[in-house]
Design a protein around this ligand. Sequence first.
Ligand SMILES: Cc1ncc(COP(=O)(O)O)c(C=O)c1O
Length: 377
Amino acid sequence: MKIQVVRATMPYNPKIGTPITALDTPSMVVDLSLMESNIDKLFSHLLTTGIRIRPHLKTTKSVALARKLVAAGATGGCVAKLSEAEVFTDQGFTDLLITTVVVGKVKVGRLVELWKRNREVRIVVDSEAGIRGIEEGMKEAGVQEGKIMTLLDLDVGLHRTGCQPGEEALRLARLVRQSGYLELIGVQGYEGHLQHVHSKSERRERCLEAMSILTKTAEALREDGHAIRVVTTGGTGTAEFCVTVPGVTEVQPGSFLFMDTDYRNAVGTHYSNSLTILATVISKQGPKCVTIDAGLKSLTTDSGLAECKTPGYTYGVLGDEHGSLSWTDAPDLEIGDRVEMIPSHIDPTINLHDSYYAHRDGIVEEIWSVDARGKVQ
Ligand SMILES: Cc1ncc(COP(=O)(O)O)c(C=O)c1O
């Protein structure tokens, strides 16, 4: 028998108006007032500079949240993966930049199909092989008219993707110009290696160096006859510096919405930790040690361990489904007590959950789906 796998529907569907104290756990909860304040802080400052904000939606993977950001003044959004772009497009959110190069026959085939139904989608390229692959895909699909809006991805120091500035960038830009299928509209240079630099002055200085590479490359491409109208860059830790650089047109912050302990430890508390994982104490393992129902499948550990929102308790991982909380002189926790855990790394933690329960003063006001959960292709 052939089995068609579909996402299971959940028998548990809490309603708007439910107090968060009545939610089952683990649950991903968002403090709306804190999140709105984060949006306000970022947008009220950055929008006055005239630079566009294209928030990175890889953090939230949520169409509802993308729409909130556009209502606040964002210009579309970024996604990291083609499959995320497919999900957002299918829900009518179409102004998207896919910030990762699209490589491989299967993925290019999907890109061409996506582009046929969403001509607003923008892509990045960083190699001749990548450019040729997309051209072949477009040709094989019999595309007769229209070009995919394309940005040259530049390595400004992260050494993850991106071509080298100088001759390499000029050569690839010329290849795009010769292409019947791609239209070069700009350059992307993401300085991801600088987002978590703890010293603000060092972060700023190194960011300005990276921005100099990016804007000088954009200028060199213009001198070579390319109509570069988009220069996109920046994240939560650097956007405030990027917007001061003439020539930058767009920034891509994502984590500012919710933050996490790793980001907070690096850049401070200007943006609040607005998202927590609600958990329940399910067992007592000593006079000052309990087990909670949130382990590796609820909270990621790649950037250190999550923190209990209430100070005085130390979290430990007890496995996939379990974690420990221990303390020395905080109030005792008992079975059935509930705690809120602040994730150490927000993006992969969100990808572990189906829904956000957004509350104001403890009452669930909105429920959003993690629409692109698991969309890593
Ligand atoms: C290309 C790109 N732009 C922007 C961001 C957003 O950065 P942050 O979440 O630090 O704001 C990321 C995050 O990894 C990214 O990969």
